[in-house]
Design a protein around this ligand. Sequence first.
Ligand code: NAD
Ligand code: ZN
Length: 345
Amino acid sequence: MAVHFCNNSLELENLLQHISPDEVFTITDDNCNTYCLPELIASKTLSIHNTFTFPSGEKNKCLATYENAIDFLAKKNLSRKGTIINIGGGVTTDLGGFVAASYKRGVRFIHIPTSLMAMVDASHGGKVGINHKELKNYIGSFSQPDCILIYPGFLKTLPEVELLSGYAEVLKHGIIADKSYWEYTKTLNPFDISATDWLSIIQQSIDIKMAIVEADPLEANERKKLNFGHTVGHAFESLLLKQNASISHGHAVAAGMIVESAIAHRINKLPLHEQNDITHHISKLYDKLPIYHTDIPQLITLMSYDKKNPQKGIEMALPNNIGQCDYNISVETDVIEACLIQYMS
Ligand SMILES: NC(=O)c1ccc[n+]([C@@H]2O[C@H](COP(=O)([O-])OP(=O)(O)OC[C@H]3O[C@@H](n4cnc5c(N)ncnc54)[C@H](O)[C@@H]3O)[C@@H](O)[C@H]2O)c1
Ligand SMILES: [Zn+2]
């Protein structure tokens, strides 16, 4: 599966025309329809008539949108030889990828990620799917796109809060796999990064993620490292979604990394100065989440629902040192509670 980098929209257009098969359908959300699609529609590869547009937002990564997308493709009679191009953030690549993987038992698809989150993370690794009520990514499959086209120019219209969301995964990649990458990203202001630096960041993050995914595509072992910050982060995300105070995925993961670093230190894995380094740097960039003591029982329940857990107990991926991560670490609930309280204080 190839990843192509494009420096300008012309290159992107040329690439699309080169790979474009006859029957192309596009899946996108309303924001990307406004900000990103016009760059491509001119190429004549994509047609507005064959574009399924859904309302943006995590809550729409759901069965109802999935059904509407399938209805759209069925009415327009997309054949099994057709191709779906998903243009958007991680919600679009997850949802559109799952639509493509399951429509008529699967059609070819291409991802054109437009958010930082989708460029460095969501569009790579083959996981596609949708949420089931408040349970994140409960319905889905592993399915690879034919290729991924990356054009960092799309980041120009991405709201700052979304840029910060993707940056949390960038920071995670350094913490779990590459200390020098962590040190480098610490020196950058995510709101003031040159185009050349973006290319290098996106490339390094993809390299780290793909080296891990290629060693363990179906997440039996090694790939679990990528879940650092996510056991607690997904619980935060689900809780706040339920309370209609939804936050970005990356913001939840950033908070999750603070709590999970504290857990890693408490169970004698991560040295205190490295826990402090992680906490200090993440807290500088991300506001504290509105989580309260009364939420703790529900958060623990949500963590134990996590589909990556064995039948009993809560397991996490935790760093031993910055740049090195372990997985399948069983964590007692009293340790999680203590670290949640520490985060709130
Ligand atoms: N499959 C995976 O391996 C994987 C990995 C990480 C995250 N994810 C999933 O990705 C999702 C989060 O991704 P996300 O943060 O990109 O969310 P998103 O797709 O909702 O995009 C965030 C917001 O930015 C807007 N947007 C995107 N690109 C834009 C652009 N260029 N200009 C203007 N607005 C733009 C979107 O419309 C949306 O409002 C979650 O559902 C998460 O579970 C999946
Ligand atoms: Zn994530």
